[in-house]
Design a protein around this ligand. Structure first.
Ligand code: NDP
Length: 245
């Protein structure tokens, strides 16, 4: 069977890292991107060793369109043949009412969660279209399905991911490309620490009294969608901790 390649953004931590582990287990070669290259190097060394897969790493800020397009177009040809793209890089930052919001936080969320996802998709998808084959998995959120107090801008970015997923599916459905959105509820990762700008005590409080999802739970859901037969498109999965309202 021909080797397949998965491209995962935000593979240096959390859900992206867990996806790398699951896809390595399934024999995929890994194209991994994030800003913290040292973390990617450690993960790649571990997965090459454990599963014998090939890896290629991109030190990349998805907010920088020029960086995204040049990193992708400078890849060796075989690494541009992406079979599965997992648009995972994202963050929530600040949890403030709209009248007290931090404009820097807004920019970081919109630029990463929406524009970054678009830039990476724009770079990768033409080759999928040319090959008439591929699968794009966007990591959304329960925040893309509802709006909660002080979630304003983060929720807006994840509603955008939901809309973009539907738009991509419409545009790509006659081109042999599948498109899926996976919407997690609360997952225990560095997400909360990033949200509260390094305040670990505040971040830990988020998981009190509720057993959260683990990153591997989401990675297995991504793998479920990708491993369906080619005529099956899992459009949308909402995955919640059992105890989360
Ligand atoms: P983590 O903070 O653990 O991981 C986030 C990843 O995104 C890191 O690898 C980080 O890498 C990368 N990243 C962030 N900004 C950039 C950037 N500008 N350029 C490149 N990479 C970037 O969070 P999670 O794993 O929990 O989050 C992954 C996705 O899941 C996000 O889209 C998030 O919105 C979504 N999600 C998370 C939930 C949760 O409760 N944890 C719930 C619902 C959705 P680096 O810093 O090295 O660049």
């Amino acid at each position: 069977m021909a080797k397949k390649t998965v491209f995962i953004t935000g593979a240096s931590a959390g859900i992206g890292e867990a996806c790398a582990r699951v896809f390595a287990r399934e024999g995929f070669d890994l194209l991994l991107a994030a800003r913290r290259i040292n973390r990617l190097e450690a993960l790649a060394a571990e997965l090459e060793d454990e599963y014998g897969v090939n890896t290629h790493l991109l030190a990349l800020d998805v907010r920088d369109a020029g960086e995204v397009f040049s990193a992708f177009s400078n890849l060796p040809g075989e690494w541009q043949q992406v079979d599965v793209l997992i648009n995972n890089a994202g963050l929530s930052q600040g949890l403030d009412p709209i009248h007290a919001g931090d404009i820097g936080d807004w920019d970081r969320m919109i630029d990463t969660n929406v524009k970054g996802l678009l830039y990476v998709t724009r770079a990768v998808s033409p080759i999928m279209v040319a090959r008439q084959s591929g699968h794009i998995v966007n990591i959304g959120s329960i925040a893309g399905k509802e709006v909660y107090p002080n979630g304003n801008v983060y929720c807006a970015t994840k509603h955008a991911v939901d809309a973009l997923t539907q738009g991509m599916r419409i545009d790509l459905l006659d081109k042999g490309i599948r498109v899926t959105a996976i919407h997690p509820g609360m997952v225990e990762t560095e997400f909360s620490t990033v949200r509260f700008k390094g305040d670990e005590a505040r971040a830990a409080k988020v998981y009190e009294n509720l057993e959260p999802l683990m990153a591997g739970d989401i990675a297995e859901a991504v793998w479920f969608a990708v491993s369906r037969p080619g005529h099956v498109n899992v459009n949308d999965m909402l995955i919640m901790p059992t105890a989360q309202a």
